[in-house]
Each structure stands twice: as structure tokens, then as C-alpha cells.
Design a binder for this molecule. Structure first.
Ligand SMILES: [Zn+2]
Length: 203
């Protein structure tokens, strides 16, 4: 990325701190940035010089049409680029795997292998969380999923990968990927993970 691709501006304001109640001790920095695949985002970070409270959040300023990408993935698709915005839901329907956006969701640019690895770690984390009390079927199911994911990676199996984004800022960048626009009622059913604001209100 060259500097020409980035257009940003910084704006600092002072506000009262919600944590310690300090008057005008909270430094609020708003920064707009343009990120490949994701377009314009607004990053807001706050830090209190009295109590040290810190927080940051980013909001997409792009409102593209709601979109769904589907791709049959196997070992030949491991390097396919995937851009997943904060608002995207990623699903592998056949395995019952789904990641919905939450308030702490991050957008990222990865590839199919990276997505499979993320699912794998999530399943492993879930098994560990259950600990020794884990029901037999749950454990078997989790192990089957991990087995399936690794068989996709070595080309023994294939499955469908789906990314749905109500703000259209996600992409499966592959000629074989199917792109369809979501109907508004389908888009409304998706979690967005954060509050969205009208661009007009920002300016
Ligand atoms: Zn404070």
C-alpha cells in the first residue's frame, strides 16, 4: 500500500470520562481511513489522561448492497483471497459452522486456508472450554469437524464456504465464487455486530 492509497484525517476532541468522571480528561480521536476491500472506515479511540481508561472502535462508512458470496472450497482454493468485514457472517453450512459478527469483531483480509484455520481454532477452543465434562457426542462432533477441515486442506473433501455481508464490504476473490445480492429481508436477519450510522450524520 502506498501513501497515495491512504487518505486520513485526525480529529481530537476532549470529553468527560465515563469511568472516573473526570471533566474533559477523555481524549477522543476520530480517524477516517480507507482500507483495501473494506473502503472507508471511521476509527474512534478514547483515552483518559486521569484514570487511563482506553477503548477503540471502528465503524464502516460504506453502505454497499447486501451481498452473499459462495464458493466450493477444496485444496485448490486454499490461497483464494477472502476479505471479511466486521459485519460479515461466515458459514460452512455442511459442518454447521458459523461465525457471526459481535461488538468486538474485526475485519480481516485472509485466504481460504486462514478461514479454515480460524474455524479449527474456534472448535478446539470450544472443546477446551467444555473441559472434562464435555458430553461424548459433542466431543465426537467437534473431532469430526476438525477431521473434515483437515481433509479439505489436503484435497480429500470439498465443501461450501458462504460469506454474507449486509453492508457488502466482504469478498471471496475467486472467479469461481458466486456473488448474489441479498434481498433486504435476508440482510435484515444478519447480525451486524455494531451500530451503524448514516454518512450524513458523520459529516
Ligand atoms: Zn477517566
Amino acid at each position: 500500500m502506498t501513501e497515495g492509497d491512504i487518505n486520513f484525517n485526525n480529529e481530537i476532541m476532549y470529553s468527560d470520562c465515563p469511568v472516573c468522571g473526570g471533566e474533559k480528561t477523555l481524549e477522543v480521536t476520530n480517524r477516517t481511513d480507507n482500507i483495501p476491500y473494506f473502503g472507508d472506515i471511521l476509527e474512534t479511540s478514547v483515552s483518559c489522561k486521569s484514570c487511563g481508561y482506553q477503548s477503540s472502535d471502528s465503524i464502516s462508512l460504506e453502505h454497499n448492497d447486501p451481498v452473499r458470496y459462495t464458493l466450493t472450497i477444496d485444496d485448490s482454493k486454499l490461497n483464494t483471497r477472502v476479505a471479511k468485514s466486521q459485519t460479515a457472517t461466515v458459514t460452512i453450512p455442511e459442518l454447521g459452522l458459523k461465525v457471526e459478527p459481535g461488538p468486538k469483531s474485526q475485519g480481516y483480509v485472509s485466504n481460504v486456508e486462514g478461514i479454515l484455520n480460524r474455524f479449527e481454532s474456534a472448535v478446539i477452543r470450544a472443546i477446551k472450554l467444555e473441559g472434562e465434562e464435555i458430553p461424548y457426542e459433542v466431543r465426537e462432533n467437534a473431532l469430526n469437524i476438525i477431521d473434515y477441515l483437515s481433509k479439505i486442506k489436503i484435497g480429500e473433501l470439498s465443501t461450501l464456504l458462504v460469506i454474507e455481508d449486509p453492508f457488502g464490504n466482504s469478498v471471496i476473490d475467486d472467479d469461481d465464487a458466486q456473488k448474489e445480492l441479498l434481498k433486504q429481508e435476508e440482510a435484515d436477519k444478519l447480525q451486524t455486530g455494531f451500530t451503524t450510522i448514516d454518512q450524513n450524520e458523520v459529516e
